[in-house]
Design a protein around this ligand. Structure first.
Ligand code: CMC
Length: 433
């Protein structure tokens, strides 16, 4: 445990056998019971589907207090980072634990900027996909293939190779994402431009065409930078846990991040921003909102309002609070007033925030509710929304992967189970079944 931790012993009695278990406290947040010796001493496992009561690792990167709606990266509140910092500075913070001093910031930004190009041969890889392939499918494939293009940075036991692969991943992911978008449009790929910021360069690679000059709107670039910061890390969520568990076997970082992208794709996780917009289209008109809110409240109907609720936040999602302001600013500044989907979104937000069911269950709009709306206003098609989430979260995945690799207590992730299948029986030949 870290320097700030303390411990005490509590006892558990099972079948008359007693075991003293240590309770470990971190710097803040609930304590954890160290159950590592439970099975070897008492012969029992714990049962926690969805891991709601399980701490899977020790981490010093991100802290969430879901009851109070707090999100801290290395101790810094997310709203301060979103409003005062930049994405690459937050990336440095997540990776290194401290905000960079000027020379460190310059070195890091320079290193990321000069790794943004991808191996030219990678372009051929894209050509193997159908034009209508979902860009997340392309992301899973291309990021997974990076280890074939950069085998010189796959030795996880070499700190220098880990540094290079980490920087390559953070630098190349916007290029790979923009290429997935351009491929779907049938437009030529844009090379990165080193005079632009991370967010500006991503916008340039997505929206610029060779036939005319692309002027980056500073409001959009600023909103993009905020979206990236707000999605950068979120402690042990499904995709991050996937990255950690993949990496725990010693798999290379490119393969691990591809696994994280696959997990992020699901509509209960990063796919929610895309699902929000699909849901808004399905609602269609403001007068049908009541019908859909009714469906979401109906116990017999599996329908859920996408963009509402969170496993950890039982108070306002602090990322959504920043994103909400940014969303209204972007819509105002772009003069987006008459978009029917945005009109439905704003009305749905109002209705849900005042509805007894949502208030009682503490279901507030989450970050994905607003990010989808901003991204649409910026001109991204819905199937790119989760890709943007993946671009931002790569930093968190890489930081968490590095923390795991250097954790001395790290072992291969290997949960056990509560077996409810058939017990041993003899094989029956086909003619006797
Ligand atoms: N609409 C209607 N009811 C809901 C919703 C919703 N969006 N979310 C939760 N509930 C209800 C749910 O039916 C349950 O009711 P009851 O107690 O009567 O059975 C109660 O609220 C608690 O729900 P839960 O399923 O136990 O909560 P969970 O922690 O397992 O799920 C969640 C969290 C995010 C998967 C869920 O809220 C959800 O499916 N939301 C919609 C998808 C979404 O927006 N996901 C993005 C999350 S934020 C970005 C990220 O981290 O990836």
């Amino acid at each position: 445990m870290s320097n700030n931790s303390s411990s005490e012993k509590n006892k558990i009695v099972f079948n008359g056998k007693e075991l003293k278990l240590e309770t470990l406290s971190g710097s803040v947040g609930p304590s954890v019971v160290d159950i590592r010796s439970l099975y070897s001493n008492l012969g029992i496992f714990t049962y926690d589907p969805g891991y709601g009561s399980t701490g899977s690792c020790e981490s010093a990167i991100t802290y969430i207090d879901g009851e109070k709606g707090v999100l801290l990266h290395r101790g810094y509140p997310i709203d301060q980072l979103a409003n005062k910092s930049s994405f690459l500075e937050v990336a440095y913070l997540l990776l290194n634990g401290e905000l960079p001093k000027k020379p460190e910031k310059d070195e890091f930004e320079n290193a990321i900027t000069f790794h943004t190009m991808v191996h030219e041969q990678l372009i051929n890889f894209y050509r193997g996909f159908r034009r209508d392939a979902h860009p997340m499918a392309i992301m899973v494939g291309v990021v997974g293939a990076l280890s074939a293009f950069y085998p010189d940075s796959t030795n996880i036991n070499d700190p220098y190779e880990r540094l290079v692969s980490s920087r390559r991943l953070i630098a190349k992911i916007p290029t790979i994402a923009a290429m997935a978008y351009k491929y779907s449009l049938g437009q030529p790929f844009n090379y990165p431009q080193n005079n632009l910021s991370y967010a500006e360069n991503f916008l340039h690679m997505c929206f610029s065409v060779p036939a005319e000059k692309y002027n980056i709107n500073p409001i959009i670039a600023n909103a993009m930078d905020k979206i990236l910061i707000l999605h950068a890390d979120h402690e042990q969520n499904a995709s991050t846990s996937t990255v950690r568990i993949s990496g725990s076997s010693g798999a290379n970082p490119f393969a691990c991040i591809a696994a994280g992208i696959a997990s992020l794709w699901g509509p209960a996780h990063g796919g929610a921003n895309e699902a929000v917009l699909k849901m808004l289209s399905e609602i269609g008109t403001v007068d049908r909102i009541g019908e859909f809110v009714g469906k979401a409240k109906d116990k017999n109907d599996p329908f859920r309002l996408f963009g509402f609720g969170h496993r950890v936040y039982k108070n306002y999602d602090p990322r959504a609070a920043v994103m909400r302001v940014s969303c209204h600013e972007v819509l105002e500044l772009l003069g987006v007033k008459n978009d029917p989907l945005l009109e439905i979104a704003m009305e749905l937000e109002k209705i849900a925030l005042n509805d007894e069911y949502f208030i009682e269950k503490k279901l507030y709009p989450n970050v994905d509710f607003y990010s989808g709306i901003i991204l649409k206003a910026m001109g991204f098609p819905t199937d790119m929304f989760t890709v943007l989430f993946a671009v931002a979260r790569t930093v968190g995945w890489v930081a968490q992967w590095n923390e795991m690799i250097t954790d001395p207590v790290q072992r291969i992730g290997r949960p056990r189970q509560l077996y409810t299948g058939e017990i041993k029986r003899d094989f029956v030949n086909l003619d006797k079944r």
